[in-house]
Design a protein around this ligand. Structure first.
Ligand code: ATR
Length: 294
């Protein structure tokens, strides 16, 4: 890749950013699309966020991804949002449109396109889906699921009240709340077509309380947004039971591909990049944990 006087800058704001895979996957997208662009990680502290964000037009930077811990702060700093960012209440992609900054969110797209690619032959869209967690990542996942025909969305969270609030806000007709107790969650597991972990349980080898996969039907798919480590205890157990399962690496690549498309107009092919990263990650995973929302 050659940087010239015409090269456009794309990037990532986060704190930390050193562990991020986004520069790697965007380098692949740039090669594929042959765009005259470069993707740079910027470590931006919460104190410097506002200044860094509003410097984008002055620096003629085409756009940035936003990751932990800034997704909600950037949402509140910007006055223009896409409909989806508005609904989710968080921004993972900022587009510099001729000096005007627009906050968008590609996490829901990344999640939905990945489960559709992975589990296309399974009946999850005609079943109920169990979502573990009710935080920021769960908002994108529940929003994505609410746009499908799934029968029911059960949001199961340690703090039940947060699950109730999310259900009422995102899908009042189809979503229900549950605690993480076997008594309440168990009967939902018996009938589910898909279970999605959006919490950080599993980053350090934790199991998820109340989730007993022995109850899951044989065709139930298990998706964990965590991709580092590549196999959480949830995914290990799913594999041992022969349940179809996947981690959040595909979601990471697909949300990045959508951001790249929003900035450059080119739609990268996600599959070869997912395969390339899978191979690479087997040997290079570091200690920090990560999930598909970056
Ligand atoms: P993110 O943006 O990654 O979703 P978040 O908004 O802080 O992060 O949400 C974290 C989610 O993980 C929440 O659903 C949280 O449950 P609570 O709402 O009860 O806090 C869940 N979570 C985190 N640690 C947990 C733990 N030890 N046991 C159960 N749930 C946990």
């Amino acid at each position: 890749m050659t940087i010239s006087g015409t090269t456009r800058v794309l990037g990532l704001f986060g704190d930390p950013v050193a562990h991020s895979l986004s520069p790697l996957l965007h380098a692949r997208f740039t090669e594929q699309a042959e765009t005259d662009s470069v993707y740079v990680p910027f470590q931006v502290t919460p104190e410097d966020l506002e200044q860094a964000l509003f410097a984008l037009p002055a620096l003629n930077i085409l756009g940035v991804n936003i990751t932990v811990p800034h997704k909600e702060s950037v949402f509140h700093l910007l006055s223009e949002h896409s409909q989806i960012a508005q609904t989710i209440g968080a921004v993972n992609t900022v587009i510099n449109q001729n000096g005007q900054l627009i906050g968008d969110n590609t996490d829901a797209f990344g999640f939905l396109s990945d489960i559709r690619a992975l589990f296309s032959s399974l009946p999850w869209e005609d079943s109920s889906v169990v979502v573990i967690g009710a935080g920021g990542a769960a908002r994108a996942v529940v929003h994505a699921l609410a746009s499908t025909n799934v029968r029911k969305i059960i949001i199961a969270n340690r703090t039940r009240q947060k699950a109730e609030e999310l259900a009422a806000e995102m899908a009042p007709e189809r979503a229900e709340a549950s605690s993480l107790t076997p008594e309440e969650l168990g009967p939902y597991l018996d009938r589910m077509g898909l279970l999605v972990n959006t919490t950080n349980l599993g980053l350090k080898g934790e199991t998820i309380p109340g989730v007993d996969l022995d109850r899951a039907p044989a065709e139930a798919a298990i998706y964990d947004l965590i991709y580092n480590p590549p196999r959480t205890p949830l995914l290990e157990y799913a594999a041992s039971r022969g349940l179809p399962s996947a981690n959040g690496l595909g979601m990471l690549v697909r949300q990045g591909a959508k951001s790249f498309e929003l900035w450059t107009g080119h739609t990268p092919e996600a599959e070869p990049v997912i395969e390339w990263l899978k191979d690479r990650l087997c040997s290079t995973f570091k200690q920090e944990g990560s999930n598909g929302g970056e």
